[in-house]
Design a protein around this ligand. Structure first.
Ligand code: MF3
Ligand code: CO
Ligand code: CO
Length: 264
């Protein structure tokens, strides 16, 4: 088997490191949230994130991450409106009232990655944008709650797809959740669509992301010539939420909740 096909089961010691990385990631999003306002550029968000990450003694995993066309040139992903994921922060991109923006951060803390994203409103959203974002967040939670002892990876996508499609939206196929620990993207792959009861069995110590991208229109995406920016093929809105989770003996632990929000 290729190294990338092996699903690593993390030890208690490694899980503790993932917890720390996950909490730093959550805190970073909490820090950025109040900056999301009309008039701010996505580069300003990026630069604030990079400075904060350095101050915490962490490393921004996206910066210089290897891509098919070019290495990712910034420290976070900022995906606005019809951008599905991997939007590149830019000085030319000014947020406007009514936009939605997904901010995706992945600090590396003591060698381990905390990968999380949320979609924020810039000012007051349209009713459609609000519904899309709310449905996407709930879809992520339904995926997380589908992780149970004895279950399989397909249970996650089935739960997300059933809910998102019942609400009239579509689920992106071209990007999936992923194993994450010392390695940013590794096995298992976690599709956000699919069939319950199919795929790999959950094992205690597995750590992966659940990060559904949900579209108003078609689920088809296009990637720009920069090799990163993924847009909806029909240029309608897309939203995303992401948590990094660990499979436990009796269910799931969400590693990317802010410390104040982690139940005692
Ligand atoms: N954080 C993204 C994910 O959820 C990956 C970004 S790779 C980058 O997997 F290079 F675009 F940053
Ligand atoms: Co991410
Ligand atoms: Co991810």
């Amino acid at each position: 088997m290729e190294q990338q096909d092996v699903i690593t089961l993390l030890s208690r010691r490694e899980l503790e490191k993932m917890r720390k990385a996950g909490q730093v990631a959550a805190e970073l999003l909490d820090y950025l949230e109040p900056m999301v306002k009309p008039g701010v550029t996505t580069l300003a968000l990026n630069d604030a994130a990079e400075a904060w990450t350095q101050k915490r003694g962490a490393i921004s995993a996206p910066l210089g991450y290897e891509g098919p066309v070019m290495d990712f040139p910034r420290s976070i992903c900022t995906s606005v409106n019809e951008v599905v994921c991997h939007g590149i922060p830019s000085a030319d991109q000014v947020l406007r009232h009514g936009d939605i923006i997904n901010i995706d951060v992945t600090p590396i803390v003591d060698g381990y990655h905390g990968d999380t994203s949320r979609t924020f409103f810039v000012g007051e959203p349209s009713p459609l944008a609000r519904k899309l974002v709310e449905v996407t967040q709930e879809a992520m939670w339904r995926g997380i709650r589908a992780v149970k002892p004895g279950g399989r990876v397909g249970d996650i996508g089935a739960a997300i797809q059933a809910y998102a499609e019942a609400e009239g939206f579509s689920v992106v196929r071209d990007f999936v959740g992923h194993g994450v620990h010392r390695i940013f993207h590794t096995a298992p792959q976690i599709p956000h669509y699919g069939t319950a009861g199919k795929g790999k069995k959950f094992r205690k110590g597995m750590v992966f992301t659940i990060e559904p991208m949900i579209n108003v229109g078609t689920y088809e995406v296009e990637v720009l010539a920069d090799g990163w920016t993924a847009l909806t093929a029909d240029r309608k809105l897309s939203a995303q939420f992401e948590h990094t989770i660990a499979v436990t003996a009796d269910g799931v632990e969400v590693l990317t909740l802010a410390p104040a929000k982690v139940p005692a």
